[in-house]
Design a protein around this ligand. Structure first.
Ligand code: PBG
Length: 332
């Protein structure tokens, strides 16, 4: 509802912008460390901090270094980290067997972090792509990414992840029916408290490029993910996907990528009023970091502005590679 404005000069918008204190006083959205989920890339080895070329400032960490990062996150008041495994080519095959290995990298990392930093949340991606020699989020059979056979695999993957101590599972695969299958499996195996943050409105996007680099999926992927991720032209479809995920038992929903899809964030929050998150993805990060690194924009200001935009659009939180920097800045 719009309130009637007095005509100029009785109304002057600039009265409420004239100094810092009054801008703060009337400000709408606010951003705190509680709003942040920090995605971290893990890799094999010890004592390794390996830069990712397409994501300046982001590194792949061996498990011991990931434990240090988790400690740092907890100290900064970041409530949750999301772990993504860099998987070596030798651990990939068309059956994605490494996905259900209870001792795979991401499950070992989860146990190590849970043991060392018990009060930070851990979120894991449920999807086959890091483990798939075909690079897709589902099994590829005769050139088709098959849905129902993939669901069986996602169920197994989710259960080993819950077993290793993950607090939140993030199905990011976009197969039909995955949320229901995973939720029922968790209930049946006494993982009643494991939460699901569904990648509900996940669009087929060019902005995932640096991530595929970071997890080593780039070489394997042939073609695109358009037969399962949402077409960038569609808005109602994103709402239908979200409605279905909630109906199947998702506790929280996500929109991904973030910035180009703020309209979807706003619609999802307004329509469903469930905890709604945006993923500021690797390509969004890369753009800001590259322009900042070149001195073309003020990186810190741009980072804060984008995160505030998610809050303004109605998001309850954001997955962002900027999380530790933002949290440190907010703490100052
Ligand atoms: C895999 C997955 C992707 C991302 C998160 N999980 C990539 C994809 O779907 O190809 C992207 C995250 C990012 O770009 O930061 N299912």
């Amino acid at each position: 509802m719009r309130s009637p404005l007095a005509p100029f000069p009785l109304n002057r918008s600039r009265r409420l912008r004239q100094s810092g204190w009054i801008r703060d006083m009337v400000a709408g959205a606010s951003l705190t460390a509680d709003d942040l989920i920090w995605p971290i890339f893990v890799r094999e080895g010890v004592g390794i901090v390996e830069p990712i070329a397409s994501m300046p400032g982001v590194n792949r960490l061996s498990i011991d270094e990931a434990v240090k990062a988790a400690n740092e996150a907890a100290a900064l008041g970041i409530p949750c980290i999301a772990l993504f495994p860099y998987t070596e080519a030798k651990d990939k095959n068309s059956e994605c067997t490494e996905a259900f290995n209870p001792d795979n990298l991401v499950n070992r990392a989860t146990r190590a972090i849970k043991a060392a930093v018990p009060n930070i949340g851990i979120m894991l991606d449920v999807a086959l792509d890091p483990y798939n020699s075909d690079g897709h989020d589902g099994f590829v059979r005769d050139g088709i990414i098959v849905n129902d056979e993939t669901l069986m695999a996602l169920e197994k993957q989710a259960l080993v992840q819950a077993e290793s101590g993950a607090d939140i599972l993030g199905p990011s695969d976009m197969m039909d029916g995955r949320i229901g299958i995973i939720r029922q499996a968790l209930e049946a195996h006494d993982f009643t408290d494991v939460a699901i943050m569904a990648y509900s409105a996940k669009f087929a996007s060019a902005f995932y490029g640096p991530f595929r680099d970071a997890v080593g999926a780039k070489g394997a992927l042939k073609g695109d993910k358009k037969t399962y991720q949402i077409d960038a032209r569609n808005s109602d479809e994103a709402l239908r996907e979200t409605a279905r995920d909630i109906a199947e038992g998702a506790d929280m929903v996500m929109v991904k990528p973030g910035m180009p899809y703020l309209d979807i964030c706003q619609r999802v929050k307004a329509e469903f009023n469930v905890p709604t998150f945006a993923y500021q993805v690797s390509g969004e990060y890369a753009m800001i970091a590259a322009a900042g690194g070149n001195g073309w924009i003020d990186e810190e200001k741009a980072m804060l502005e984008t995160l505030m935009a998610f809050k303004r659009a109605g998001c309850d939180g954001v997955l962002t590679y900027f999380a530790p920097r933002v949290a440190a800045l907010l703490a100052e």
